[in-house]
Design a protein around this ligand. Sequence first.
Ligand code: X90
Length: 276
Amino acid sequence: MKFKIVSDSSSNIFSFPGVDHVSVPLRINAGEKEYVDDENLDVARMVAELREYKGRSGTSCPNVHDWLQAFEGADRVFAIAITSNLSGSCAAALEAKAIYEETHPEAKVCVLDTLSTGPEMRLIMEKLRQWIGEKLDYEKIREGIREYMTRTHLLFSLESLTNLARNGRVSPAAAKIAGVLGIRVVGAASPEGTLQQLHKCRGEKKALDTLLEEMLLRGFRGDKARIAHCFNPDAAQALKERVLAKFPKADVHIEATGALCSFYAEQGGLLVGFES
Ligand code: X90
């Protein structure tokens, strides 16, 4: 059995040692220019260029062909997609699954609609990698991962919701609140896989305290936490320290957002995926 994990680039994972892995890129477009969210992209430069760009910008998800190509060579595939309620990525993966299984009758593809993105996707992928490494049966992994996903969560703190609102992913009214200088919106991936706003916080310290409180409310007890930041390493580190102060044995990892999450989370944004 040849196992493979295929994730879309909203996971912020471009290299995933220890298992066969391919990332399928989303794309960011601004006028003539297109940024492909892969390991070759200079995200800092994209963010700087977009800051100067005054026209319309948006994103597009991987298409069926992109997913299909990524499945190639494997007979047991786990395809991990950003929430189907904000992107067409998962729908494309499901179409690709149907074609792949028809053209490769011995192959099986499990598409996971994460109803989330970023670091919650990382947790799911790490669990899959662990079980694949332990040589668990494909069917066992498929059942187990759905149960595991009921115990993973995503919270965020955003300084700006401008790109989310411009692209119809949150309401313009919501974006206005976050637009106020110094206000951060702290929220969660809702059970339906949409952005749920929970708090308006004045200042970063308050936002970080609130994130930790919400993690506790949702059942975090010092297991894994994965923090992704958009050019805000200090806040990511400060959140990690808060988590470790409460749970010294917690397994906390920090990473930078790729292009897709950077575009929507914007400068200063934090995402935290964690287990309950
Ligand atoms: O298909 C496409 O063009 C991609 C659209 C993606 C839209 C949303 C991306 C959100 C990225 C922002 C904070 C976390 C929100 C979590 C909600 C489930 C990160």
